[in-house]
Design a binder for this molecule. Structure first.
Ligand code: XMP
Length: 305
């Protein structure tokens, strides 16, 4: 296990040496890895760093406000409101891989504009050790803004947490004083809620997924899952008041895992499941049905797409 205190000193020095008097840019995703990389880089070079957070409209509830708040001490923070452009780009796209590609390309477009405006010569990334292993499978290409070095001519890439595992990054986050909501937050896929709505991404489906994910995170947190969330998986019939409705079917998933490669569906108490059902159908009038996913990985994946 890395000693967080001396790691921070070494990382700050390494970033300072690498960037010197030049400018650097980092894409903040809301996750712990890029948050730690940004906090280290800001400590090293201050406003020579431009942290860029792109609100894709596919983020978790309150995530954008959280980022603004946590990183408000960085005067150079840029928050890009991209929701409309992402939803436009995704209109009519139903294939899961095509969705990922469209989001990745749109992200690069948004970030490229900021990178050129900031005149950054260096790209800081929150790549961690397992990402480097997984990058062969290309899973995290959006998350780590893969492809950016090709469109913007950076002088160098700085990856201060490249040798750390997730639990070590969380240790460093705590040592840096980042809030618990960031240091302890469960993993979230780079393409965000787009992979938690099956088929075309629409604003309505994303809003149902976001509100439902919030309920699930809130109710399941005390059972300490690796990941717990909800997904909009289709439509079905229900009864609301005196009316039959054709509403959304929301699937709830909560899994235990060590590294995300394999996972076990969690055996949640019936009362917890009922409370989740009651909150999701109560707070979202267009949800007709809530189901619990009992499938392990394999044969299922953790996410729905
Ligand atoms: P799956 O669904 O493949 O997920 O069992 C394993 C872990 O990876 C996350 N995940 C992603 N992360 N970009 C990411 O950065 C992606 O496209 C992506 N797809 C899945 C997932 O949330 C889980 O933690």
């Amino acid at each position: 296990m890395v000693d967080a205190d001396s790691f921070i000193d070494d990382a700050v020095e390494e970033i300072r040496d690498a960037v010197g008097d030049e400018h650097a840019i980092i894409a903040l995703s809301g996750g712990v890895d890029s948050s730690v990389a940004a906090a280290l880089a800001y400590r090293a070079i201050g406003d020579q760093l431009t942290p860029v957070y792109v609100d894709t409209g596919l983020m978790r509830e309150g995530e954008t406000a959280q980022i603004r708040d946590t990183f408000s001490y960085m005067d150079s923070l840029q928050v890009v409101e991209g929701e409309d452009r992402f939803l436009d780009a995704l209109a009519g796209v139903t294939d899961p891989e095509e969705k990922r590609k469209v989001i990745g390309e749109q992200f690069i477009r948004e970030f490229e504009r900021e990178a050129k405006a900031s005149d950054a010569q260096y790209l800081v990334q929150g790549t961690i050790y397992p990402d480097r292993i997984e990058s062969e499978g290309n899973i995290k290409s959006h998350h780590n803004v893969g492809g950016l070095p090709d469109v913007v001519d950076f002088e160098g890439i700085v990856e201060p947490v490249r040798d750390l595992y997730k639990d070590e990054v969380r240790d460093v986050a705590r040592e840096l004083g980042l809030e618990e909501i960031i240091s302890e937050r469960m993993p979230f896929p780079g393409p965000g809620l787009a992979v938690r709505v099956i088929g075309e991404v629409t604003k309505e489906k994303v809003e149902v997924a976001r509100a439902s994910c919030h309920v699930v995170e809130d109710e399941v947190e005390k059972h300490d899952p690796w990941q717990a969330f909800a997904a909009v998986i289709g439509k079905g019939t229900g009864v609301k008041g005196d009316n039959r409705v054709h509403g959304w079917i929301v699937a709830v998933r909560s899994v235990e895992s060590r590294d995300g490669m394999t996972a076990r569906a969690q055996e949640l108490p019936w009362e917890t499941l009922q409370r989740i059902q009651s909150r999701i159908t109560g707070e979202n009038e267009n949800v007709a049905r809530v189901v619990y996913d009992v499938t392990h990985k394999p044969p299922a994946t953790i996410e729905y797409e």
